[in-house]
Design a protein around this ligand. Structure first.
Ligand SMILES: CC(C)(COP(=O)(O)OP(=O)(O)OC[C@H]1O[C@@H](n2cnc3c(N)ncnc32)[C@H](O)[C@@H]1OP(=O)(O)O)[C@@H](O)C(=O)NCCC(=O)NCCS
Length: 378
């Protein structure tokens, strides 16, 4: 391939050499640092997986305990950040609130000692610890309530659900939520990761790197599909309406949300894992209307579009799980961000070790040789 050829969206052009994750879309394989996602979902936790992604290897027992403890004690946010968030309009999108708050962290902690491993570690811990607190705080504040303080006796995911709902979380629901975070933690080179790397390559502070990635994830072509799944299930309304809905969508070339993937041409391995967990969750706590529609929808889509390699993707089931946990639809993408922060931090750290500022080129297709025309003569 001629590397100088212009490719819209840089499609197919390697932007980095990375050791962080690997996807094989034909085989339905996803690995973080060489470990299959199925093994991590079954045996690891989100924080352990984040450690693996960021530092390149699984932590020892002591390393994991230290890391969890550090994250636990950095969950609180400064009252000035809370006060700033209180001024955000309640009608604003939580992704915009998160982007602004992530950037605001830089006002308090930026020192840019990027060659100091301690600085890197502190930034990693702070970001992983505080992002969920900021998401939950905005949720409560936009309802007119004071944010609740994080609870040190709860693990990462239980604490987030507690901060969001002010209720003791069901342990199995918290475990399923933790797996959702693990599954969304990293996915090779994509728009938000690239955005994080471009920002990182200028050697700015890590909070600016995160804010830039959050802003990129916010767009509907990237983070928003799981929100749309719920809207679509609302539109379908009943199990009986599934088949006519799918037939109509196919006839009118309308995309069915939560199905298909640019890379996976077999079932997304993350969707398989989440489907099993969602089933267990619904069986344990009582099925819901949406789940019955979703099961029928997956069956009909596979029957009609499976031959094209269109299967359920991770967003199909994560939307269902989050809805079942009582999480408002517009928090689905911020939750994606809570998880993906692990991958962004891993790429930030990797970028620093081989840094060269991103400076692609362009093909100029404009004109030359015009003269300036004074305003009264235009
Ligand atoms: C994710 C997505 C953008 C991948 O798209 P892609 O790899 O570029 O695939 P294309 O859009 O070129 O689609 C290839 C074919 O499959 C069909 N197709 C792809 N996804 C489909 C879907 N969700 N529903 C119905 N048909 C779909 C296309 O219409 C096209 O059919 P054609 O060959 O007859 O024209 C696409 O599948 C999609 O929009 N899915 C719904 C949104 C979603 O769930 N996004 C989250 C991804 S994690």
């Amino acid at each position: 391939m001629n590397v100088c050829e212009y490719k819209p969206g840089l499609e197919g052009i390697p932007a980095a050499r990375s050791r962080i994750s690997y996807v094989d879309g034909q085989q339905g394989l996803l690995e973080y640092r060489g470990i299959r996602i199925e093994e991590l979902a079954a045996q690891s936790s989100f924080l352990e997986t984040a450690y693996l992604l960021i530092w390149g290897q699984l932590p020892s027992k002591a390393e994991l305990e230290n890391f969890e403890t550090e994250v636990r004690y950095h969950r609180r946010i400064k009252y000035r950040i809370r006060d700033m968030m209180k001024c955000f309009p309640e009608s604003g999108h939580p992704m915009d609130a998160l982007q602004a708050s992530a950037a605001a962290l830089g006002l308090f902690y930026s020192r840019r000692a990027l060659d100091n491993p301690e600085y890197i570690r502190e930034a990693v811990v702070r970001i992983l610890a505080k992002i969920p607190t900021m998401v939950a705080a905005f949720q409560l504040m936009r309802q007119g309530n004071d944010p609740v303080q994080p609870r040190d006796d709860l693990d990462y995911s239980s604490n987030f659900l507690y901060m969001l709902t002010e209720r003791e979380p069901d342990p199995f629901a918290a475990q399923v939520f933790d797996v959702c975070l693990t599954l969304h933690a990293e996915h090779t080179m994509n728009a938000s990761t690239f955005s994080a790397m471009v920002t990182a390559s200028t050697l700015t502070d890590p909070y600016a790197v995160m804010a830039s990635a959050v802003g990129t994830l916010a767009g509907p072509l990237h983070g928003g599909a799981n929100e749309e799944v719920i809207g679509m299930l609302d539109e379908i309304g009943s199990v009986d309406n599934v088949r006519p809905f799918v037939e109509d969508a196919i006839a009118n070339k309308r995309k069915i949300m939560g199905f298909g993937h640019r890379v996976y041409k077999v079932k997304d391995p993350r969707a398989t894992i989440l489907q099993e967990l969602a089933e267990q969750l619904f069986q344990k706590n009582g099925s819901d209307h949406y789940y019955s529609i979703a099961v029928e929808l997956e069956k009909v889509v596979e029957e009609k579009l499976g031959y094209k390699g269109i299967y359920a993707n991770v967003d199909f089931y994560s939307g269902l799980v989050y809805r079942y946990l009582g999480i408002p639809t517009d928090l689905f993408t911020p939750i994606f961000a809570i998880a993906r922060v692990a991958g962004w931090l891993a790429h930030w750290k990797e970028q620093l070790t081989v840094n060269r500022i991103f400076r692609p080129t362009q093909e100029y297709v404009g004109e030359h040789g015009h003269s300036y025309v004074p305003i009264e003569k235009r």
